[in-house]
Design a protein around this ligand. Structure first.
Ligand SMILES: [Zn+2]
Length: 114
Protein backbone atom coordinates (compact mmCIF):
# COMPACT_ATOMS: atom_id res chain seq x y z
CA UNK A 1 0.00 0.00 0.00
CA UNK A 2 1.54 3.32 -1.03
CA UNK A 3 2.14 5.30 2.16
CA UNK A 4 1.83 8.60 0.28
CA UNK A 5 -1.74 7.80 -0.74
CA UNK A 6 -4.24 9.89 1.22
CA UNK A 7 -6.98 7.27 1.08
CA UNK A 8 -4.67 4.39 2.03
CA UNK A 9 -3.65 6.45 5.06
CA UNK A 10 -7.31 7.05 5.92
CA UNK A 11 -8.03 3.30 5.55
CA UNK A 12 -5.08 2.61 7.88
CA UNK A 13 -6.38 5.14 10.41
CA UNK A 14 -3.29 7.37 10.11
CA UNK A 15 -5.52 10.27 9.05
CA UNK A 16 -8.82 10.85 10.85
CA UNK A 17 -12.09 10.60 8.95
CA UNK A 18 -15.78 10.27 9.66
CA UNK A 19 -16.46 6.66 8.72
CA UNK A 20 -20.09 5.79 7.96
CA UNK A 21 -19.22 2.23 6.98
CA UNK A 22 -16.13 0.05 7.35
CA UNK A 23 -15.47 -3.58 6.48
CA UNK A 24 -12.58 -5.58 5.04
CA UNK A 25 -13.30 -4.51 1.45
CA UNK A 26 -14.87 -1.06 1.50
CA UNK A 27 -15.11 2.07 3.63
CA UNK A 28 -17.47 5.05 3.35
CA UNK A 29 -16.34 8.44 4.68
CA UNK A 30 -17.74 11.95 4.62
CA UNK A 31 -16.10 14.24 2.07
CA UNK A 32 -14.40 17.11 3.93
CA UNK A 33 -15.40 19.59 1.21
CA UNK A 34 -19.00 18.55 0.52
CA UNK A 35 -20.50 19.48 -2.86
CA UNK A 36 -24.04 18.50 -1.81
CA UNK A 37 -25.95 18.24 1.49
CA UNK A 38 -24.86 14.60 1.58
CA UNK A 39 -21.43 13.90 0.09
CA UNK A 40 -19.86 10.58 0.98
CA UNK A 41 -16.87 8.82 -0.57
CA UNK A 42 -17.07 5.05 -0.96
CA UNK A 43 -13.76 3.36 -1.70
CA UNK A 44 -12.07 0.00 -1.66
CA UNK A 45 -9.65 -0.60 1.22
CA UNK A 46 -7.15 -1.99 -1.30
CA UNK A 47 -5.24 0.51 -3.38
CA UNK A 48 -6.60 0.67 -6.94
CA UNK A 49 -5.55 3.83 -8.77
CA UNK A 50 -8.82 4.45 -10.61
CA UNK A 51 -11.69 2.81 -12.46
CA UNK A 52 -9.32 2.55 -15.43
CA UNK A 53 -7.33 -0.09 -13.50
CA UNK A 54 -10.25 -2.41 -12.82
CA UNK A 55 -10.48 -5.92 -14.26
CA UNK A 56 -13.24 -8.51 -14.45
CA UNK A 57 -11.79 -10.01 -11.26
CA UNK A 58 -12.89 -6.87 -9.39
CA UNK A 59 -16.56 -7.56 -10.14
CA UNK A 60 -17.44 -8.85 -6.64
CA UNK A 61 -15.63 -5.90 -5.05
CA UNK A 62 -17.57 -3.43 -7.18
CA UNK A 63 -20.85 -5.19 -6.47
CA UNK A 64 -20.13 -4.88 -2.77
CA UNK A 65 -19.13 -1.23 -3.17
CA UNK A 66 -22.49 -0.44 -4.81
CA UNK A 67 -24.39 -2.33 -2.08
CA UNK A 68 -22.54 -0.30 0.57
CA UNK A 69 -23.30 2.92 -1.32
CA UNK A 70 -27.02 2.08 -1.42
CA UNK A 71 -26.96 1.18 2.27
CA UNK A 72 -25.30 4.48 3.18
CA UNK A 73 -27.81 6.36 0.99
CA UNK A 74 -30.62 4.73 3.01
CA UNK A 75 -28.88 5.60 6.29
CA UNK A 76 -28.61 9.20 5.09
CA UNK A 77 -32.31 9.32 4.27
CA UNK A 78 -31.81 9.94 0.55
CA UNK A 79 -35.23 8.52 -0.26
CA UNK A 80 -35.74 10.82 -3.26
CA UNK A 81 -32.65 9.55 -5.06
CA UNK A 82 -28.91 10.01 -5.17
CA UNK A 83 -25.97 10.02 -7.53
CA UNK A 84 -22.75 8.02 -7.77
CA UNK A 85 -19.80 9.54 -9.64
CA UNK A 86 -16.29 8.20 -10.17
CA UNK A 87 -13.80 10.59 -11.72
CA UNK A 88 -10.89 9.14 -13.72
CA UNK A 89 -7.66 10.97 -14.47
CA UNK A 90 -6.87 14.67 -14.63
CA UNK A 91 -9.42 15.50 -17.31
CA UNK A 92 -12.04 13.53 -15.41
CA UNK A 93 -11.45 15.61 -12.31
CA UNK A 94 -9.85 12.87 -10.20
CA UNK A 95 -7.94 14.51 -7.34
CA UNK A 96 -6.89 11.44 -5.31
CA UNK A 97 -5.38 8.53 -7.24
CA UNK A 98 -7.21 5.84 -5.26
CA UNK A 99 -10.48 4.61 -6.76
CA UNK A 100 -13.50 6.17 -5.08
CA UNK A 101 -17.10 6.96 -5.89
CA UNK A 102 -18.82 10.11 -4.72
CA UNK A 103 -22.26 9.49 -3.24
CA UNK A 104 -24.16 12.74 -3.63
CA UNK A 105 -27.66 13.58 -2.50
CA UNK A 106 -29.91 15.75 -0.42
CA UNK A 107 -30.97 18.10 -3.22
CA UNK A 108 -32.42 17.67 -6.72
CA UNK A 109 -29.68 17.18 -9.31
CA UNK A 110 -29.71 18.01 -12.98
CA UNK A 111 -28.22 16.05 -15.83
CA UNK A 112 -25.77 16.70 -17.33
CA UNK A 113 -23.89 18.07 -14.31
CA UNK A 114 -22.50 21.59 -14.56
ZN1 LIG B 1 -4.45 4.24 -1.91
Amino acid sequence: MPTDCLFCRIVAGDIPSTKLHEDDLVIAIRDITPQAPTHVLVLPTAHIASAAELTDADGPLLGHLFVVAASVARQEGLDGGWRLVSNVGDDGGQTVDHLHVHLLGGRPMTWPPG
